[in-house]
Design a protein around this ligand. Sequence first.
Ligand code: CA
Length: 822
Amino acid sequence: MAAPAAAESTASAGTSGGTDYTKLVDPFVSTAGDDGNDLPGAQAPHGLAKVNPLTTPGRNHSGYDYDEDHIAGFTATNLDGVGGSGGGGDLLVVPTSVRYDSRPAPGSYAHAYSHDDESATPGSYRVGLGALAGTGSSVTRAAGTIDAEMTATTRTALERYRFPEGAEPRLVLDLANNFTSRTRSTLKATTLPDGTTSITGLVAGSFNGASYQLYYAATTNIPVTTLRSWGDDGRLSEASAQDGTDTGAVLDFGTSAGRDVELRITLSPISAEQAATDQRNEVGGLTFDQARERTRADWNSTLGAVAVHASAKSDPGATLTKEFYTHLYRMYALPVNATSTSGTYRGVDGAVHRTNGFTYYDGWSTWDDFRKYSVEAYIDPASYRDMVQSAVTLFADAHASGKSLGSLTHSVPTVRWERSAVVIADALSKGYKDFDRLDEAYPALASYTGYYTGAQLRQGYIAGDPGTTVQRGYDQWALSVIADALGKDADARKLRTQSTMAIDHLVKSGAWTAPDGTEVGLLTPRAAGGDWQSADHEKFEAAGLYQGTLWQYHWYDAYDMGGLIEAMGGAKAGRAALRHMFGEDSAADDGSAMLHSNANEIDLQAPYLFNYVGEPSLTQKWVRAIYTGTTWNRYIATGSTDEAPSSGGEFRPPVKTRVYRLSPHGFLPTMDNDAGTMSTMFVAAALGLFPVTAGSGQFQLGSPFFDSTTITYPNGARFTVKADGVSPSDYYVQSATLDGKRFTNTWLDYAQIVAGGTLALTMGAKPSAWGAHTEPAYSLNTDAGDTGGSGTGRGGTVVSARPGTVKTAADGAVDGRVRLAL
Ligand code: CA
C-alpha cells in the first residue's frame, strides 16, 4: 500500500515544534471491504467537504474500497465510517477524454489505477488514473495517466487533474450520484468575467431516513470551450440550466489552455450564492498548493494537541504510534462544520440562523458515537463545547419547527440522534454551563426519549423488548441531568425513577449460574403480564435486540453500574458475570466462550467494568488484548452479511485475530468505524482514559500504551499520562500518583484532566492489587442528587461558555475547585 513514510518513530511534546504529525497518519487504514468503511480522501478537520475516490464496480460505504482496481471519479460529501449503503457521495467529478453525445453511462467512468501510484496524507490524496478515450458507447484505454490530486478546506473540495499530452481534457459533473437516494439536483452554468465557468445548484438526497439538501458552487480554473448538460430525459444539450433527479454536465476544455484542469466545489447548507461567497472567503486567494499546505498545517496543529512519546520498548516498530495518530485523525471526520463563512447555518426548521459566535456542527451518528464526545471533551474542549451547543440547537430548532426528527430536512448528510441527551448531559456533568436554548431543546429531547405511561409504567418495562428498555433508560437518565440543569426538579425525579426500570424489572435473578454456584441476575425479556420469557442470552438479536445479545445489552446502562451489580446479586455475582463474559472461567480455546463483541458499539465499555468489581488488572489485561493484541472474536456487527464466514451475527467459526490493524483491512469484517467511534475508542484506550459512563464527568483508567502522552490545552495547561516501564508485555498497573500524590482510584474526573497535571503509573508484567479498593465511581444508585445528578460528585466545577480560553485556579487545584472558561 502507498502508506506515507513515518519520518520519526515518536512524536514527543518536547519536539512538537518540529514534528510533522501528518506523517504519522495512514488514511488507507480501514478502507478495504467491509472492514471499517473509512475514506482515504482529502478533508480538513471536521470538514464538510470530503473529496473521496469512488471505486467501481464495487465500493464500500464510503465509496472507496481498497480492494477494487478501478476508480470512477471523486465525490465531495461523505459520512466517514458509517454502514448502511453509505451517506453522501454527492457531486461526482469524472476526468475523461471519452466523447459523449448523451448522458454518460456510469459504466464508462471506470479508470484503472494501482496502489503503487496512489498516496494520501491528511488533507491530500493523489492517484494516477489510466486515461480513457473513445465514445460513450465504446470506451478504450488511452495512452498515459491522468494525474488526479485532491485537497480540501472546510467547505471546499479542490480537484486538480493533469491530462496526458495530447489528450482532450474533459470533466463530467454527475449530479445524480448518491450512495443512497438522489431526490433532486439542479445546475446553472455561467461564464465568469475572466472566462472561467461557474456551475451552481443544489443536490438533495437522503440516508437512513434523514433527508438533506445542500447547495454548491463549482468553478473552473480555465475557460470551458463547450458545456453541455443533461436532465431527466438524458439528452445532452447546450442548455445552461437543469432541474430534475438525474442532471449533470460535460465540460470540454481546449488543449491550448494547458493540461491542468482544476475544479473547486464549495458546499453550503444556506444557498448557492453563499457557496460562492464561502469559496471566495475560504480559498479565493489561494492556489491549489497553498490550500493543500494550509490544510496540512491545520491537521498538524490539530493532531499535535496530543503528543505521544513512545520508546522502542513500548512501541517496537512504531506501529502503535502510527495507529494512534491515524485513529486520532479519524476522530476529526464527523460531525462536520456546517456554518457558513458569514456565521450562519440552516437549522432543521428550514430557516437560516446566525450562530451567535459558535461553530454549528451537523452530521450526527449518536447511536454509534455518543461515547466519542466524552473523549473530544478532554482532547479538544472548545470544539466539544460547540458540538454540544449544536446538538442543543438542533433539538431547539426541531422543537420550533413543530415537526418530528424523522420528517425534517437537514442541511448535510446525517444519520441518527439516539443518545443525543447523553451527549448534552455529558457536557453539563463536566461543568459546562450557559448553553443557549437548552430550555427550547428540552421538550424535543423529552419527546424523542419518551416517558413511560399507562401499562408500561405500571409494569416498568417494554414487554418483550429489553433492548429498547435499556436504551430508553440511558436517555432518561441523561434527560434527568438536563432537567436538573433547567431547574425542572419534578421532571428530573420522574426521569431518574423511570431510568432505572430496566435494571429494576428486567434483571432476572439467577438467570445464569456461575461455575462456582453463584447465582447471577441477567437482562431477560419479559412479557406484558410479568412472566419471564425464554431467550438464549448468547444469541445475536434474541429478544428483538438490535445488532447484539442479551449479554452485551445487559451492561448498557452504565450510569447505574452500582445498581446493576446489586440487582445481579452483588459484587461476587458481578465479578463472575464479567469473567464469564470474557471467557475467563472457561478452558475452551475456540472462541465459543467470548461473549463480548469488539465489532459493534453496544458493549464497548465492557472491558473497563472489571474496575467496578475489584479486578482492575483484568481491565488492564483485556484493554491491551483488544486494542493492541490478539483476541477471540465470536460476534460480528450484523446478522445479514456474507462479509465473513458467518451466520446469525457470528463468525463461523470464531476467529482469533487482531481487532485493530495498521492496514486497509483495519478492523474486523462488519466493524464499521461509524463516524470515528471505533477510532476514538482506540485513542481513549491508548491514553488510558475511557468514557465508560458517557454523560457523567468521569473516565475509567485502563492501561496506557505509551511511555507518556501529553494533551496541551489552548491556555497552555497540560495533562500528561505516564506509564513507566510499559511494553507489550508490561501492561499491569503496579502503582500510581496524581501530581505526585499516591492515587488508588480507577477513575478520574474531567476537571482533574483539563486543569492540567500528571497521572503517573508504574507498569509491570504481573497483575497487582492496585485499584482493587477504589472509591466507587459515579453510579445513579449512590448519587445524592445534589450535584445535579451529574456524576462528578465533586462539585464546584464551573465551565462557562466563552470560547477561546481555559483558566485554572491560581493554586492550580485539581480537586474540583477549578474554573474553566472555554
Ligand atoms: Ca456499528
